[in-house]
Write a protein that binds this ligand. Sequence first.
Ligand code: NVA
Length: 333
Amino acid sequence: GFEHVCGPEDVGRVGLQRLTVGPAHERLRGEMEDELGAGPFHDGPDGRQVADVGHDVIKPAGELQLCEEGGLGRGRQGVTGDPGTQRQQPLGVAHAALLPHHRARARGKEQALVEELAEYSQVPVYNGLTDDWHPTQMLADFMTMVEHSGKRPSDIAFTYVGDARSNMGNSLLVTAALLGSSIRIAAPNKLWPSDEVQSMARGLAERSGAEIVLTDDMDAVLPGSDFVHTDVWVSMGESEDIWAERVELLGGYQVNHAALERTGNPNAKFMHCLPGFHNEQTTVGRAIAHRTGMRDGLEVTHDVFEGPKSVVFDQAENRLHTIKAIMVATIGE
Ligand code: NVA
């Protein structure tokens, strides 16, 4: 048998125990066996992540297979017509491509697409990111927090600042709730996780003892945080036109030196799932910096991003080890 990983609870079930206890980093290196190939599907124009996943796959002599945006068939078929046909066509494409592989990593927009692929796939399907959830990133994030704090997840307190109604805010909230961490979300109310995601988290927190705080007052929740996370203010797949509104809403939620100081914790670290707009070396970063006058960075300042409190590159490296662990944990006998 095998298991799919489509949302944060799946990650909790298959992977967290082995990743968050003991010297996970060392144990995971080299666990991947050569014959385990993979077929990641990228339903979007997302070059950086293709490189990231390509590395997961190519390093152990796997095979990388990409689909263009809408490449699983939906883009061409639209959403009307016979439901049976709609279902069969994209999955026919997916199956033909999957059969030579042992597993698929799907990265796209709609959560429903990943779940549909998992429902019919004969190999494990991993959600590499959707608009709603980023479960594989959670393994890397919690592994990084455990490594850098020396604490168990249930003893870690962290603040997520910024756009909290997207994949990262949702996933950090629910994963923290699953593991019993103290999570503080600091965001304008309009950008909080949906009621549905909040109630999922509160249900999990009742069992785990997690502390959940949602507020629009960043200064109120930073004190005592071991980590301060943020994410881009406009996610992949969102319209460029939304930047003005987001800057207006989130301009006061930048992670800078003052925010890290405000934790009152000399060991507090900065985390970001990347990509980040902290300088003018990206097209978007440059355009928005010029438009807004935020020349030191948008969601995070350049000096924090590159500074000694930033663990973003360890966090990125842990994507590799944790993806390998997911493969090992779900492939079955
Ligand atoms: N919220 C971001 C996460 C990127 C890994 C996005 O969806 O673009």
